[in-house]
Design a protein around this ligand. Structure first.
Ligand SMILES: Nc1ncnc2c1ncn2[C@@H]1O[C@H](COP(=O)(O)OP(=O)(O)OP(=O)(O)O)[C@@H](O)[C@H]1O
Ligand SMILES: [Mg+2]
Length: 292
């Protein structure tokens, strides 16, 4: 087969997939407003938050999390700070069980979300309840609309499609910018818009928790401000955990701060307290920029 034929075949295949997807999106049943299928973890009436108990994680023989105990409050914004390599991302990846995909990874201890042990529930259901936004925007090579609806289709949720697209984009402060571009490819967006689209995508499946791993590190100050505004507007509605290297950001947006160092949780408390009068010298040194 010639290269021309291979490219042509791929093009036909992707057009067929696109057609199939659009058929699902435009399906009349999908347009009806129906309750969400299946009960996700952390539905709003349960507001116990995330409880991490004696969490240990080893990659091979290296212990990366050394017995973390932490009560992440429901509906609040918790910032995780600490020097590079201290285990912030690893902790987030435990909360939605992504770490289990890594080879050579051994986890012990418990994490409960609104009273349920996350290691005992279906992973698909867990990820519907626990959304994640990564350091680099990772939209799918699909339209804006399809990006938003991806999780809904994957979990076969029956929702009012138009309503979900509009609400999710509004929550991410993107609706006005994108309402006339819903069929554009997500890759045509600026990096800042792509990251807010990823935030909107994670909101579309009605999670109760959103994990944000340095979500603004690739963004300019204006995009950062817009993203932070959206995060703050979600206060009370979602339990949010944000990893950041930016002390001002942690101070501006969070209710609680966790300071980690070499796989341990050194200090955890109200944001104002951590920044004004931390109990541990190591926290103080890190906050004032003496190390890290
Ligand atoms: N898949 C893996 N296999 C082996 N070691 C890993 C793996 N993922 C992370 N680590 C190690 O675990 C430690 C903690 O990594 P982690 O990514 O959680 O740090 P971090 O606090 O998020 O750092 P940064 O601020 O640089 O993002 C590091 O020493 C890292 O090299
Ligand atoms: Mg990290």
């Amino acid at each position: 087969m010639t290269i021309k034929e291979i490219i042509l075949r791929r093009l036909i295949k992707s057009l067929a997939e696109e057609k199939k997807l659009n058929k699902i999106i435009d399906n009349e049943d999908m347009k009806k407003s129906l309750p969400l299928d299946g009960v996700a973890l952390g539905e709003k009436e349960n507001i116990d938050g995330i409880k991490v108990r004696n969490l240990r994680l080893c990659y091979g023989k290296t212990e990366v999390l050394k017995g973390i105990n932490m009560d992440i409050p429901a509906g609040k914004i918790t910032a995780i700070i600490g020097p590079s390599g201290c285990g912030k991302t690893t902790l987030l990846r435990c909360i939605n069980r992504l770490s289990e995909f890594s080879n050579n990874c051994k986890i012990s201890g418990d994490i409960t979300l609104d009273g349920q042990n996350i290691f005992e529930v279906d992973q698909m259901l867990l990820r519907r309840s626990v959304g994640m936004v990564f350091q680099r925007p990772n939209p799918f090579p699909k339209s804006i609309k399809e990006n938003i609806l991806y999780g809904i289709k994957a979990t076969k949720l029956k929702v009012n499609v138009e309503e979900v697209i509009e609400t999710s984009l509004k929550k991410a402060a993107l609706w006005d910018e994108l309402k006339n571009r819903l069929n554009d490819n997500a890759f045509a967006l600026s990096i800042g818009q792509q990251q807010r689209l990823c935030f909107a995508r994670s909101l579309a499946v009605h999670p109760s928790v959103i994990l944000l791993d340095e979500p603004a590190s690739a963004l300019d100050p204006i995009s950062t401000a817009k993203l932070e505004e959206s995060i703050m507007e979600m206060r009370g509605e979602y339990t949010q955990v944000i990893v950041t290297h930016n002390m001002q950001e942690a101070r501006r947006i969070s209710d609680k701060v966790a300071f980690m160092y070499m796989g341990e949780l050194i200090e955890f408390g109200e944001t104002e307290k951590i920044f004004e009068e931390p109990e541990k010298q190591r926290t103080k040194d890190y906050i004032v920029g003496r190390f890290g």
